[in-house]
Design a protein around this ligand. Structure first.
Ligand SMILES: Cc1ncc(COP(=O)(O)O)c(C=O)c1O
Length: 389
């Protein structure tokens, strides 16, 4: 029998997790056919990136040794920021130690009394946490619902209740559903209400057609559109960034350098990760992105060809494809069945699913050959059907 206090509390939490089918494991997926990682372009193991990372570690050391505002800024950080600006056609960039800290940093730096953040209901945990930390008033709009964003703007920006600083917070491609935010409509709303738009490009930078959803929407030079990105997904490295455009970009970057706590009070991005991401930018061109889009389409088409599965497949906009499962237990069992067959898929269950519906999530990869990918998708369909029957 567990002791009262911490031990019994931990034991109770574990029992509840097990009973609800929510137990997570940090088991290694190495060696499995990869339909779960975010290494969309297969760059993390690319020779050029390994070499760039290794060379930077030799040149600068294993770590950056200090915060960027102490002694931690290295030439490779500046080169990476210039490279990101070129790649995404933005005017200024600031690199953080992860995508998570980039989101926390920028949101907290833009918050405080007098600001209102309107988050999409499916915003990533790092955006929610950043909003909570920021001290801003926080409202939630229904997922991808422009009318609901408009309603909240109208309710909060009336003459009786003026809000000087409003920020809309969305993901370009949603990490769980794989669908895209209506960026042009959101940017138009921002122009109408004098708001800023924060777009988390974690699943679109280097992973969608033009390399950036903000760029593809014609918003890269827009001063009211700020993006965040991770260097840990399509760029195959580690780290995060805030990207800014328009005439106010330099002032905003300066504000972040001076106020973003996860920039100031965090050791700078490791030189190896920075150099790896920089090398990845050179490799993440239209050819690899085109192969990724083709494989994402193949996965979607093949799953939808199974009548018993088609109704569960969300129509993804990027490389993320989400399949609804009847329960958390069914999602877990399907993922386990597939792992036993040598295929790795992600299993999303509460609290990672904003709508409480458990899912299997498949991610496409540019480097998969069509025959092996088809065979794996066929196995996925069988596992889903088995759990659904
Ligand atoms: C939408 C989104 N934002 C931010 C992050 C955090 O990025 P990182 O893993 O680089 O911290 C992730 C990664 O899981 C994500 O999916």
């Amino acid at each position: 029998m567990a002791e009262p206090g911490w031990d019994s509390w931990l034991a109770t939490r574990a029992t509840v997790r097990q009973r609800r089918g929510l137990q997570r494991e940090d088991t290694a997926a190495a060696g499995l056919f990869d339909l779960s990682s975010n290494d969309y372009l297969g760059l993390s193991g690319h020779r050029d990136i390994r070499q760039a990372a290794a060379q930077a570690a030799l040149d600068y050391g294993a770590g950056a040794s200090a915060s960027r505002v102490a002694a931690g800024t290295l030439p490779v950080h500046r080169e990476l920021e210039a490279g990101l600006c070129d790649y995404a056609q933005r005017q200024a960039a600031l690199v953080f130690s992860s995508g998570y800290t980039a989101n926390l940093g920028v949101l907290a730096a833009l918050g405080g009394p007098g600001s209102l953040f309107i988050l999409d209901a499916h915003a990533h945990a790092s955006l929610i946490d950043g909003a909570r930390l920021s001290g801003a008033e926080v409202a939630t709009a229904a997922h991808n619902d422009l009318a609901d964003f408009t309603r909240l703007l109208e309710a909060n920006c009336s003459a009786q209740r003026p809000k000087p600083r409003v920020l809309l917070v969305v993901e370009s491609v949603y990490s769980v559903f794989g669908d895209a935010a209506p960026l042009p409509g959101l940017a138009a709303l921002c122009a109408e209400f004098g708001a800023l738009l924060l777009v988390d490009e974690a699943h679109s930078l280097a992973a969608t057609g033009q390399g950036s959803a903000v760029l593809a929407a014609g918003l890269a030079g827009h001063g009211r559109v700020v993006s965040t990105a991770t260097l840990s997904k399509a760029l195959g490295s580690q780290g995060g960034a805030v990207l800014m455009g328009g005439p106010g970009a330099v002032a905003l970057r300066d504000h972040l350098v001076n106020t973003a706590r996860t920039f100031i009070f965090d050791t700078a991005l490791s030189p190896a990760a920075a150099a790896g991401a920089l090398a990845a930018l050179r490799l993440a061109g239209p050819q690899r992105r085109g192969a990724l889009a083709e494989n994402a389409l193949l996965i979607r088409d093949q799953l939808q060809a199974h009548p018993a599965v088609a109704g569960h497949v969300e129509a993804g906009a990027g490389a993320v494809l989400s399949v609804k499962m009847p329960s958390a237990g069914a999602a877990t069992r399907a993922a386990e069945t597939l792992a036993a067959q040598g295929i790795s898929v992600a299993c999303f269950r509460p609290p990672s699913v904003p709508d409480g519906i458990s899912r299997i999530r498949l991610t496409a990869h540019a480097h998969h050959g069509h025959p092996e990918l088809s065979a794996a998708v066929h196995a996925v369909a069988r596992a889903i059907i088995q759990e659904d029957s």
